[in-house]
Design a binder for this molecule. Structure first.
Ligand SMILES: [Zn+2]
Length: 483
């Protein structure tokens, strides 16, 4: 009887509990975000930054594109458009990353039929009566697999093949430019294990990454201010959707899937107006905390990447700004945004200190300009370290909220310690709550302070790193405070 009754009890769906802020707490958070922003922002003046970008664009990218257009006239690139965080004004620390979109002339070919497929993916086919240009592309031996026959005289324009063909073509262009002494090509290598800042390059030197990154190929080149990564992504403008002089919809090769992906481009002077100055501060603070997390955590040891990429964070902050309408304080906006980020992976258990870390996205994140695109998709597995980053953000909020005595700048220096203690707690709890090996006792797990040993044990459980873990943020806070 008792069992029957309890099985009827319905618990409300759990969410992440959000507590109110006092005025003093709001001020502390405002102070903190300002300190972090000052730490994160680019320290160079506008003239130097403009000169740096001009060098990258005119001395590295443009010669490569000119060579590409000469060697591959059927795939001619018509424009070199700055994109990414350097274009929206949210790049942190160093100007060491430039993204360029490269629309190709084929965009205007009326024989290409772009149709919707599913979830913002697109299918591009060629009509049966191909014109001369497309016929050449189909027949060209070096472009094998670019146009895949799907029916009698009907072809599918294969975005994965395009991405790979462009990647190899860039290698060919760089070899030519090396011969002509316009650039010094240091060949194709893996750039995975070194950051641009830690890479030594001399003037004119360029490396091509051996892997593609999402829809792009990545170069690493010397620049006047610092060694810089340059992502080049070819795209097709979608002619049937609204476009202006400054913006257009595009079809991009996919990161992992097979189909073209719909996306939106707008020029930097428009992009940069999407967030006002206080929300730019917030996104830069969150990115800085993420960069510190990536630097100090063991993410690189297990080869993981955090799923909260720059555009997803930009979108979360943009959605928040729409809700707050500039009426809240900087501290409150920061607090609300962090809460929005954390809700993708965290739920409260019974009170604000105890949380459950999920290894999948708990919510969808829609792109602001292409609502059918989900930048994060509900119920798809994310890497668990995205959840660990969520715990760092959440714990940091609580740490600042309740620390009346310590000044905000004190916590900027605390990110390393906080990252370590959070990771330690999550990994220990993972082993205690998951299927730990019998050889490990509870006491041994709790006594183990070496992250790599814990990580090794976690990876050898049947769940690997994927498991929902309950964590008490008070435990993390008590450890952080002792030191
Ligand atoms: Zn706001």
């Amino acid at each position: 009887m008792g069992q029957a009754i309890s099985s009827c009890v319905r618990f409300p769906p759990r969410t992440l509990i959000k507590e109110d802020l006092s005025e003093a707490e709001e001020q502390r958070l405002s102070h903190f975000v300002t300190e972090i922003y000052n730490e994160a922002k680019l320290k160079h003046n506008q003239a130097d930054l403009a000169q740096h970008e001009q060098y990258i664009r005119t001395r590295v990218v443009q010669p490569i594109i000119d060579k590409f257009n000469k060697m591959h006239p059927l795939l001619t690139v018509t424009d070199t458009l700055l994109n990414g965080s350097m274009s929206n004004g949210t790049k942190i620390e160093m100007p060491c990353e430039y993204d360029y979109m490269l629309p190709i002339a084929l965009s205007g070919n009326k024989q290409l039929k772009i149709s919707k497929y599913d979830n913002g993916t697109l299918f591009i086919s060629l009509s049966t009566k191909c014109n001369h240009e497309l016929q050449q592309l189909i027949e060209e031996e070096k472009y094998e697999y670019l146009m895949v026959k799907v029916a009698n005289k009907k072809y599918y324009f294969n975005p994965v093949a395009l991405k790979n063909i462009v990647h190899m073509a860039l290698n060919g262009c760089l070899l030519e430019l090396h011969k002509e002494k316009l650039l010094i090509y240091k060949r194709m290598k893996s750039l995975k294990y070194e950051t641009p800042i830690s890479t030594q390059l001399d003037e004119k030197e360029v490396i091509l990454d051996d892997r593609t990154h999402g829809p792009c190929s990545r170069l690493r080149a010397w620049g006047p201010l610092c060694v810089t990564d340059i992502d080049l992504g070819v795209c097709l403008k979608i002619p049937d959707l609204p476009q202006t002089e400054d913006s257009f919809y595009m079809a991009l090769p996919p990161s992992r899937e097979l189909y073209w992906k719909k996306s939106f481009y707008e020029k930097p002077h428009i992009r940069a107006t999407r967030l006002n100055q206080s929300h730019v501060k917030i996104i830069m603070a969150i990115k800085y905390i993420l960069s510190q997390f990536l630097f100090h955590s063991s993410v690189h040891v297990n080869g993981a990447e955090i799923d909260l990429h720059s555009h997803a964070l930009f979108t979360i902050v943009r959605c928040h700004q729409e809700k707050c309408q500039g009426k809240l304080s900087l501290g409150q906006c920061f607090y609300d945004t962090i809460y929005d980020v954390c809700r993708f992976h965290l739920k409260s258990i019974t009170n604000p200190t105890a949380i459950e870390v999920h290894d999948m996205n708990l919510r969808n994140l829609q792109d602001k300009d292409c609502s059918e695109i989900h930048l994060l998709e509900k119920n798809t597995t994310s890497h668990s370290f995205t959840g660990v980053y969520g715990v760092v953000l959440y714990t940091l909020m609580r740490l600042i909220k309740f620390s009346e005595k310590s000044p905000a700048e004190y916590y900027c220096r605390y990110l390393e310690n906080l990252t370590r203690e959070t990771e330690l707690e999550v990994l220990q709890q993972h082993l205690l709550q998951g299927s730990r090996k019998e050889s490990l006792t509870r006491e041994q797990i709790l006594a183990e302070q070496d992250i790599n040993t814990l990580l090794y044990n976690v990876m050898s459980t049947k769940h690997g790193i994927y498991l929902n873990v309950l964590v008490d943020t008070e435990v993390i806070l008590s450890r952080v405070k002792i030191k």
